[in-house]
Design a protein around this ligand. Structure first.
Ligand code: FE2
Length: 571
């Protein structure tokens, strides 16, 4: 590790030899707001920095004052007084403190907060890791793919620092490992985050678990929190964001749980680690907790929001198996679901004075999607009208099978292999989630191309929470059939496949033998040319299992042309 670091440092010195100030960490964006944004750089010598910006490319009608930063100190520049719902172009200038040798960085861009009537795209990725199993070049491709989507921001669901795993020969994590890893992972985010503001949800390998915190200044929970804040600009509570208002010893504002509205959507990032202690095991899942303060903030945040779409982001479910793994199969347990391991009620004894289990709080407030990571594949599941979206890795080339799905407790839903990111489009009328695959050129085949969209689903503005007439159909590109795993017996999921020779708007219904509508899987949804498959889980509008028997699917296009076929369900 040390050799690699020295080599990287040498390259760095050479590449900056012409400038006395060495730009050590280039600009990334964070904390986008209605009227402001933060950009962050780090120099290895003291430097003066300013930012020029405007609303047209190459036309910088505004600029900040020059600010002087000492070497190795995070140069954080806040742009203020911006106009909401506006695209800005900017470039960073830096120079020696005595005012000579100014350098212009390349132009980049960002977007301020969207109004409720506007559409936008955001990105979710999880578990970049950068460990022995990671493919660095593939991660680079994935980040470049994200940039091409022109998202307003990216939310990383954690496990990027991995510091708790990097023990030395004395079986401790040395402090130096933490800034080393911050530098390494930050260098990757710099590929896209100059124009894609970064939000981070903490993972279990960021070292910020309560069980590592011994109450002193010297433990990895505190070191990691301090260094993470130095290298990565997460939000803290202000006029735009809500979050953790506490002042943590040795850390200050922790910037680990926060919420904001963008367009017609509420974004809530939660932290299941800092307050979890001692470390849970397979019999002590109730130890997993947000803590009462975070829980109360979460409840208030959800109840105060009138956003049409609501999304929760966390590295893992608050509970799960002994390692915090799993999706809907663990959703009834512990702080998430209120039951004990054996299924008996446990909420009143384990969370006295708390309102409701998280799952019920989310249902009451109509949360649409819980984005989680930790388990390293694409997994889309649904329970009580909420999608549980396990997010793939951006860096792990296990394209064929997510062998880990069943051992991690996933027995249902659509499971797909790595690698790629989630592209989420939010419009006033629907949320669309797409799984965008990443391949290096040498990894592409006749049917697998970088940027392929292999799974898509929609959540309409009127959805499962509001009425009986919508489902959440899963559509995926059938070229990828060899990557699909069916964890359930086949009788529980039926696949309807179709081709479109022209772009069209498609409605797909399931009717019973009497012609009665049982379920609408797709409701006038616009699709491009291609081959598609839609999963029907054998449930009706009420999410109840339909009885065994014969059903018909009816596929209608924009012009009302029909195709239909028989489906026999035998459980
Ligand atoms: Fe993890």
């Amino acid at each position: 590790m040390k050799k690699i670091f020295l080599f990287a440092a040498l390259i760095f010195v050479f590449s900056n030899a012409s400038n006395a100030q060495n730009l050590w960490r280039s600009e990334i964006l964070g904390r986008p707001m209605d009227n402001g944004i933060t950009m962050q750089l780090i120099f290895s010598d003291s430097a003066q920095v300013r930012v020029q910006y405007g609303t047209a490319s190459g036309v910088y009608s505004n600029q900040t004052n020059w600010q002087t930063f000492a070497d190795s100190v995070t140069a954080e520049i806040n742009l203020t007084g911006l106009t909401p719902n506006t695209q800005y172009f900017y470039r960073v200038n830096y120079r020696k403190p005595n005012g000579t040798g100014a350098v212009n960085r390349p132009e980049h861009s960002f977007q301020t907060q969207r109004p409720t009537t506007d559409s936008f795209v955001f990105i979710v990725q999880a578990d970049p890791h950068m460990d022995a199993s990671s493919d660095t070049a593939l991660y680079r491709v994935c980040l470049q793919n994200q940039l091409k989507d022109k998202p307003d921001f990216m939310i990383d669901l954690g496990d990027f620092l991995m510091t708790d795993k990097l023990l030395n020969s004395s079986h401790v994590v040395p402090f130096d490992t933490i800034p080393y890893r911050c530098n390494l992972l930050r260098s990757k985010y710099e590929i896209s985050c100059h124009s894609v503001p970064l939000f981070i949800a903490l993972g279990n390998h960021e070292g910020e678990e309560g069980w590592y915190n011994n109450g002193t200044a010297n433990n990895i929970a505190v070191w990691d929190a301090q260094q993470r804040k130095k290298y990565f600009p997460n939000p803290f509570p202000n006029s735009f964001y809500t979050g953790d208002t506490s002042n943590t010893p040795f850390v200050g504002a922790r910037e680990s749980f926060y919420a904001w509205q963008w367009g017609n959507a509420l974004f809530v990032v939660i932290d299941p680690y800092w307050y979890t202690k001692p470390k849970p095991d397979s019999l002590t899942g109730w130890r997993w907790t947000l803590g009462k303060m975070q829980y109360d903030w979460l409840k208030q945040t959800l109840e105060n929001s009138n956003a049409k779409f609501k999304y929760i982001f966390a590295h893992q479910i608050v509970g799960g198996d002994r390692e915090g793994r799993g999706g809907v199969e663990y959703a009834d347990k512990y702080e998430w679901g209120g039951s004990n391991l054996d299924g008996t009620p446990g909420w009143a004894t384990n969370r006295p004075g708390w309102y409701k289990p998280l799952k019920d709080l989310f249902a009451e407030n109509k949360v649409n999607i819980f984005f989680h990571g930790h388990d390293h594949f694409y997994g889309q599941q649904k329970k009580d009208c909420m999608i549980y979206q396990e997010t793939p890795q951006p860096s792990l080339p296990n394209f064929n099978y997510p062998n880990s799905a069943a051992p991690y407790g996933y027995l249902q839903g659509l499971i797909l292999g790595n690698t790629g990111h989630l592209r989420v489009s939010v419009t006033p009328n629907y949320t669309k989630v797409e799984y965008v695959k990443a391949y290096r050129p040498s990894q592409e085949t006749a049917t697998r191309h970088n940027g392929d969209v292999v799974a898509t689903y929609f959540i309409n503005a009127v959805n499962c929470y509001d009425s009986l007439n919508t489902g959440s159909p899963m559509i995926w590109n059938s070229n990828y059939a060899d990557e699909i795993v069916y964890p359930n017996p086949f009788q529980q999921q039926t696949i309807i496949e179709f081709n479109l020779k022209n772009p069209d708007a498609v409605t797909l219904d399931i009717i019973d033998v009497n012609g009665k509508l049982v379920r609408r899987l797709m409701d006038n949804e616009t699709l491009n040319i291609g081959k598609f498959q839609v999963m029907w889980d054998g449930k009706n509008f009420n999410q109840a299992d339909v009885s065994n028997g014969t059903y018909w699917y009816v596929l209608k296009n924009r012009n009302g042309e029909n195709k239909s076929g028989k489906i026999v369900l035998i459980r």
